[in-house]
Design a protein around this ligand. Sequence first.
Ligand code: SF4
Length: 236
Amino acid sequence: MSPIENAPPPSPETPPPSAPPLPPEAVEALYARLAAALPEPRSELDYINPYTLLVAVVLSAQATDKGVNKATAALFPVADTPDKMLALGEDGLKAHIRTIGLFNSKAKNVIALSKALVEQHGGQVPADRDALEALPGVGRKTANVVLNVAFGMPTIAVDTHIFRVANRTGLAPGRTVGAVEDALEGVTPDAYRRHAHHWLILHGRYVCKARKPGCAGCGIADLCGWPDKPVAAGAP
Ligand code: SF4
């Protein structure tokens, strides 16, 4: 799933360019299109189990999925459980992830969260938001990704891509990440909740890009409410 490219979401003070809220029938149609184009979307982060997914998401903050996958390809075969990560140690971990931004603080967090998992959760990743958010280096977005991807819960983790797409299209306009998450929870039909996160991230990553949205080839252009879309230039 993120950078998880996870460039950080805009600050709450940044007014996003946004369209008026879409009517429910347009919301339904938008999700139906995204679902038809990609019925079973998957995270673009590589992982083996819930623990390695959690570690990958923590490492992906302000980094690309590709960069994280490159580092974890060698890391996860030797450290796919909290116990093995603790045995590897902070220095051993750093040697694997030093190509990833903020690797020093991320290594500290991964070791600390591994210790907490062993001491408080029997070495298992809890399928519980509060327990996840109590772990070092784990915020709401990371918890949402883990609950969704590892445990199949209908959570919607708002990253910079979803924030942009939700505002531009009018799907779920909001000035803050929290406001967009609440709006998405409110408008997303039950049938689409499980995969909404991935559909919107992938649409933002590959089509509705930050600087140059691909409106001309966008499959939801006729539903999108963004007033600046250059539809006349050849959109479907
Ligand atoms: S029409 Fe353009 S602005 Fe609207 S969702 Fe598609 S790419 Fe984004």
